[in-house]
Design a protein around this ligand. Structure first.
Ligand SMILES: NC(=O)C1=CN([C@@H]2O[C@H](COP(=O)(O)OP(=O)(O)OC[C@H]3O[C@@H](n4cnc5c(N)ncnc54)[C@H](O)[C@@H]3O)[C@@H](O)[C@H]2O)C=CC1
Ligand SMILES: O=C([O-])CC(=O)C(=O)O
Length: 320
């Protein structure tokens, strides 16, 4: 069977890391696309030159022309600008919206059958705009954020409980911003929900609350440390998990920004929810039961995303 083709739109910090991970996992042949001349070609050559050492079979190429992504099975979009200290993700909306327009048109023309994973921020509004601009089927366009936010939550929890990361599960839903919703009731240590871990004396409610807040601030914490940009290793690993689920038809249950129609009382908007990812793309949106407090947090997050979508519509009248 022919190898899959993976197009990485944006060859910056996340794009380069995605290419390397895709190669190490032998997910397919990789095309790195960027408007910056030389950068995608340089990164592609550098990663190809690591293949003899690491022993992976995957071709790497760099491109500045959308024609080179033709027939891609997966497109992962990181094109745009990352924030710097003092900025919120939402400050990137105007500039990255224009980028989504050109990327959406490029994918629609050259890779209309691809499974598209958007990473560019502010995530939920950008994946919505990318879907609008590309016109691709809703189940084939989604956004990466929930896996990253949940991974951060899992890391902090494993550290607090001094247990293996393998035994910690977490679900962070809602928009990828300050209002994201880490769900403690649905996050566990070997199946034991976090509120029970508090009752069992493994931690205190205060410490758990602080971990929840640190998770919400997880992106800003890295931006504050790096100063020149934002996180890229964990974001790339998270998107690769989604691409792999699609390419291998794994039916993984993963929190992703998906187009939610009907579930959660929503009417076709993108927000972070549990999904099933397989060969059909987003094959299912899972509607979980939320108590009053959880629903209130989720609704607040939905409202924040709606505000950003309206801001996009205000900037580009073709989206209205
Ligand atoms: N969804 C999430 O959880 C996360 C989202 N992000 C976001 O991902 C995006 C990328 O982050 P990095 O890779 O660190 O940024 P970066 O600045 O290293 O890379 C972005 C690349 O996009 C390219 N680019 C700009 N305009 C373009 C266009 N019109 N067409 C094609 N390429 C274009 C740039 O030349 C650059 O190489 C940012 O918006 C960042 O905020 C970052 C981390 C997590
Ligand atoms: O914080 C940022 O700007 C990048 C991002 O979305 C994250 O790392 O969660």
């Amino acid at each position: 069977m022919a190898r899959a083709k993976i197009a990485l739109i944006g060859a910056g910090q996340i794009g380069g890391t995605l290419a390397h991970l895709a190669a190490l996992k032998e997910l397919g042949d990789v095309v790195l696309f960027d408007i910056a001349e030389g950068v995608p070609q340089g990164k592609a050559l550098d990663i190809a030159e690591a293949a003899p050492v690491d022993g992976y079979d995957a071709t790497m190429s760099g491109a500045n022309d959308y024609a080179d992504i033709a027939g891609a099975d997966v497109c992962i979009v990181t094109a745009g600008v990352a924030r710097k200290p003092g900025m919120s993700r939402d400050d990137l909306l105007g500039i990255n919206l224009k980028v989504m327009k050109s990327v959406g048109e490029g994918i629609a023309k050259h890779a209309p059958n691809a499974f598209v994973i958007c990473i560019t921020n502010p995530l939920d509004a950008m994946v919505w705009a990318l879907r609008e601009f590309s016109g691709l089927p809703k189940e084939k366009v989604c956004g990466m954020a929930g896996i990253l936010d949940s991974a951060r939550f899992r890391h902090f929890l494993a550290d607090e409980f001094k247990v293996s990361i393998k035994d910690v599960t977490a679900f962070v839903l809602g928009g990828h911003g300050d209002t994201m919703v880490p769900l403690t009731r649905y996050s566990t240590v070997a199946g034991i929900p976090l509120p029970d871990m508090v009752k069992m004396g493994w931690t205190t409610q205060e410490k758990l609350d602080a971990i929840v807040q640190r998770t919400r601030d997880g992106g800003a914490e890295i931006v504050g440390l790096l100063k020149t940009g934002s996180a890229f290793y964990a974001p790339a690993a998270s998107a690769i998990e989604m691409a792999e689920a699609y390419l291998k038809d794994q039916k993984r249950v993963l929190p992703c920004a998906a187009n939610v129609e009907g579930a959660y009382g929503l009417d076709g908007m993108y927000v972070g929810v549990p999904t099933v990812i397989g060969a059909g793309g987003i094959e299912k949106v899972i509607e979980i039961d939320m108590n009053k407090d959880e629903k209130a947090m989720f609704d607040k997050s939905v409202d924040a995303v709606k505000g950003l979508v309206e801001a996009c519509q205000g900037i580009d009248s073709s989206l209205a």
